[in-house]
Ligand binder design. Structure first.
Ligand SMILES: C[S@@+](CC[C@H](N)C(=O)[O-])C[C@H]1O[C@@H](n2cnc3c(N)ncnc32)[C@H](O)[C@@H]1O
Length: 312
């Protein structure tokens, strides 16, 4: 498959809104080329373990790169992205040079482009995410390591929506639990659940590339005895009683199935919903409450919200 690399030279201030625009346009991840801010932010928030090479970054401003599949909608998507970025001026956001360039990359280059920016990152009290090509040694005795090859599926494991999902799993999963992971992507949340000693994990994704990528990562982390991966639309046809259901999907998709989640959960079971952009928070809260859930915790990182709802 051919991919298009969209590269936007902008300011620090515009990084978050532009990243959101790119995610909403279907990018499966963004790369931010700004040595100073990136290192500072990662050190503060997650405790970045390896340093990036400052030679790889622009002298002034920030370059944001994202990868979009080349299909018949690409032209339209790029125009929508440009319009959305220009509209940021209306919100008094400085978009700087606002230089947008598009180039074509093949699958191999796409995969390699990621590797340069993808390092071991400590994302929660227990978990560190390590790319497959790094030889990483744990620094804490109780540290849990997730090895990932993000491949073509969403989920380098360090996106705020994933980080908060893992933090929520850490506080809800008990040894012996049954977990359902809706929209597994790279399989990262299922692997986390298995490492937290869940006994049975069902990983579901609609996209066959994600299903393949999840299977590779699950094997890599040696949790294939616990995790089974299936191509499936949301919870359709699933009949397993679960202790925890986790869904890192867009708000628009989450609001379609809280009733199904409620029906599958055991009493006191948890429904973790992530991938919710702040503006859509109320829609998800309403859908959860009307299905019978009680929201017991809300996590917020950057513009993203994760909710932990319980069947009580
Ligand atoms: C935001 S990614 C989350 C990946 C991973 N769980 C994580 O936390 O990093 C969302 C995933 O949901 C999948 N997805 C989207 N719509 C779906 C649906 N209707 N049923 C199942 N999976 C879906 C996508 O293919 C994608 O892999």
């Amino acid at each position: 498959m051919k991919w298009s690399e969209i590269s936007i030279h902008t300011t620090n201030e515009a990084v978050e809104p532009i990243s959101n625009i790119l995610y909403e346009a279907g990018a499966s991840g963004v790369v931010i080329e700004d040595s100073f801010e990136l290192l500072k932010e990662r050190e503060n928030r997650f405790g970045e373990i390896f340093q990036l090479d400052p030679d790889d970054f622009p002298e002034e401003g920030v370059i944001i790169k994202a990868y979009l599949p080349i299909n018949s909608f690409l032209g339209e998507t790029v125009e929508e992205i440009k319009d959305a970025i220009n509209n940021l001026i209306l919100f008094n956001i400085d978009i700087g040079l606002n230089k947008v360039t598009i180039s074509e990359v093949n699958e191999e280059e796409w995969a390699t482009a990621w590797k340069k920016y993808y390092n071991p990152v400590k994302i929660s009290k227990k978990f560190t995410i390590v790319p497959t090509w790094e030889n990483y040694q744990p620094v804490q005795s109780d540290e849990l390591i997730i090895e990932l090859d993000p491949g073509m599926a969403f989920g380098t494991g360090t996106h705020p929506t994933t980080v908060m999902s893992i933090q929520a799993l850490e506080s809800t999963v008990k040894p012996g639990d049954t977990i359902i992971d809706v929209g597994t992507g790279s399989g990262v949340l299922s692997i986390a659940a298995a490492l937290l000693q869940a006994e049975n994990v069902i990983a579901l994704d609609l996209d066959e590339v994600a299903v393949h990528s999840a299977r590779v990562n699950i094997k890599l982390n040696k949790v294939q005895q616990t995790v089974s991966v299936m191509q499936n639309n949301l919870l359709d046809g699933i009949q397993v009683e679960a202790d925890v259901i986790v869904a890192n999907l867009l708000a628009e998709i989450i609001i379609r199935f809280p009733e199904q989640a409620y029906a599958l959960l055991k009493e006191k079971g948890y429904f973790i919903t992530s991938g919710i952009i702040n503006q859509k928070r109320k829609d998800v809260e309403d859908a959860l409450i009307s299905a019978g859930f009680t929201i017991i915790e809300t996590l917020v990182m950057e513009d993203w919200v994760t909710m932990v709802a319980q069947k009580i």
